[in-house]
Design a protein around this ligand. Sequence first.
Ligand code: NAD
Length: 269
Amino acid sequence: MSDRKPLAGQKALVTGGSSGIGEAVALALGAAGADVAVNYLSDEHPALNVVDRIRARGGSAIACKADISSEAEVAGMFEHAIDTFGTINILVANAGIQIDAGLTDMTLEQWNRVLAVNLTGQFLCARAATREFLRRGVVPEISRAAGNIICMSSVHQVIPWAGHANYAASKGGIKLLMETMAQELAPRRIRVNAIAPGAIRTPINEPAWNTPQALERLLTLVPYGRIGEPDDIGRAAVWLASDESDYVVGTTLFVDGGMTLYPGFAANG
Ligand code: NAD
């Protein structure tokens, strides 16, 4: 058995990499041997903290400021990362937001902002990554693929979610964006897949787990009986980014403790 790390020599960019799932993914990719560009939106301190922790374990990392809904800022972020690392092999398009409102109260601004970050942001980052993957092509000593894109979706790409029409629409959009990119890019040896997390303990959904009552209510939706931790997603991302999953193309990996098994039907058959 070789002790070569699964992502040795690869260069990764993780959007929204300074908190929650993105932080765990950045740390996991770094531990698996990748150099990591940690994207953040505004506050550089948490991003620099992630960078320091990757470096402390012997990895290489940088922080990259960009609003992923801005075409110009995404271009600048990729330029910075590629200038520093020489190329990018892995994109984890993770950044996302929720701005919740019932349908009749939802403003156009709330609708547009969530779509701009969650869907357009992933398109802009995937396009920039793909251009770099195609420029470089396959380097067999590094990976069997010319590049890997992992879209952070959600169980709400399939589960409707009242009061969150903008968010659910953005994640439903990610499903077909991911599958279409996968179909289009597979012949160029670019793999595109998604991870659909269930309930993961992060800042985005804190009210759903930060009291015993809320957690108990949440767990009625999770057959496996525990909330997910960001590391659960980090490990899935390492596998999807590595050659271990080389034949996995256009798939959504649900990491949800069974949330999409419709547990409400378990005792109602
Ligand atoms: P989080 O709030 O900790 O992470 C979101 C990150 O995105 C933050 O770091 C934030 O600064 C960044 N971000 C927001 N807008 C941005 C922008 N315009 N440009 C760049 N970065 C921006 O929450 P999280 O749970 O870690 O969410 C990460 C992803 O996982 C999101 O796409 C979310 O929809 C998805 N997700 C989370 C859960 C969950 O239960 N936590 C479940 C399903 C899907």
